[in-house]
Design a binder for this molecule. Structure first.
Ligand SMILES: *Cc1c(COP(=O)(O)O)cnc(C)c1O
Length: 363
């Protein structure tokens, strides 16, 4: 039995209690009318957190990375120009995925820790088929201006990674011009890892790849899985067995979020994050992410000179049961990443991390 830990890493976060207890309920059958109702309601609630009217909004049965795969595999035709804003690990991964789909990828590189330079991305190519960007870069703790990309995209489709923004900071898929979006359950949505909330609008669907090389993520086939043609509560065609427990858990997590109110949930993330970031600076530590674009839900802080980053993380884990994340790539030993997402986005959680870090660092 593993002790209960405080998971303040970049993900998974500690789930909302409602989402955890849903996982221990007796299983429904995947074609049980009660489960179909839960699936319909889950898609409805996902539309609310995405800020979209898209009928094609569903939880894909795999983690956030599968959402990324689904976005590209269904929209990239061989030879398409895909402009990707790269300001961290997940932007890099988008380039890899798009290239595997046969795209001509134009990577617009940024220093890690900087927000996406919208003008540079929009002028990278005169007529790209797709522009792709990460809303909240979990590898660096930076937010980017998706609305500005949407406003300037012209005829291109806009693919947005909202894995670490959904349910934590403002996100308005339709108003911002997001054509295809994917997310994950284990970050701010406060549910265990395992599903990828996905949304695609009619404009993108009309340009879809007729026969994507992925059978599992082919949106043409997934329509029947969520009863798209049959309508609410209607007949489903078997595609794969729905991960029933995960969908029921997501339903519980989303219900919790909407009961609390999306604005209130975002405000809670903002309050906790700012408390943590102010406290770290008061301790004399420097934040890594560009000022003005810092994510409240994922704080990146520079490891002070002469401090062993891994030893501090180990001591937090062993003495306080607190897990924080290491930096990514060249920043692995130079940055810590501290998540306050979902159920952890609370002032008491922020103060707990601060107190423990203060003790370990002797500040
Ligand atoms: C976590 C994350 C992913 C990948 O999600 P998995 O659930 O780990 O597959 C993609 N993009 C961003 C921004 C993430 O934070």
């Amino acid at each position: 039995m593993i002790r209960e830990r405080h998971l303040f890493g970049p993900g998974p976060s500690n789930p909302y209690p409602e989402a955890t207890s849903a996982l221990s309920q007796p299983l429904l059958g995947h074609l049980d009318p009660e489960f179909i109702r839960i699936m319909d309601e889950t898609s409805d609630m996902l539309r609310t957190v995405w800020g979209t009217e898209n009928s094609r909004t569903l939880p894909l049965s795999a983690t956030g990375s599968a959402g990324m795969e689904a976005a590209f595999v269904n929209t990239v035709h061989p030879g398409d120009v895909v402009v990707v804003a790269v300001n961290g690990l997940f932007g890099q991964r988008m380039c890899d995925v798009a290239a595997r789909c046969g795209a001509e990828v134009i990577a617009v590189e940024h220093d890690f820790g900087r927000t996406v330079d919208v003008d540079r991305v929009l002028s990278a190519h005169p007529n790209p088929a797709i522009i792709a960007a990460v809303h909240a870069e979990t590898s660096t703790g930076v937010r980017s201006d998706i609305a500005a990309l949407g406003a300037g995209k012209d005829d291109a489709l806009l693919i947005t990674d909202a894995v670490t923004s959904i349910g934590g900071i403002e996100l308005h898929a339709d108003a911002w011009g997001i054509d295809v979006g994917y997310a994950g359950t284990q970050k701010c949505l406060g549910v265990a890892p395992g599903l990828a909330p996905f949304t695609i609008n009619q404009r993108a669907f009309d340009r879809r790849v007729a026969k994507p090389q992925s059978w599992y993520l082919d949106l043409n086939l997934l329509g029947g899985y969520v009863g798209e043609a049959a309508g609410k509560g209607g007949q489903r065609t078997y595609h794969h067995t729905a991960p029933v427990a995960m969908v029921v858990s997501l339903h519980a997590g989303l219900t919790r979020i909407l009961d609390e109110g999306l604005d209130a949930v975002n405000a809670r993330h903002a309050e906790a994050g700012h408390l943590l970031q102010d406290g770290l600076q008061e301790m004399g530590l420097d934040l890594f992410a560009e000022e003005g674009w810092r994510l409240p839900e994922l704080t990146t802080v520079l490891v002070p000179d002469g401090v062993d980053a891994a030893a501090v993380r180990a001591e937090l884990l062993n003495r306080f049961d607190i897990e924080i994340g290491a930096g990514v790539g060249p920043w692995a030993t130079k940055v810590w990443r501290i998540g306050l997402m979902g159920h952890n986005a609370r002032p008491d959680a922020a103060l707990l991390v601060l107190a423990a870090l203060k003790d370990v660092l002797g500040r």
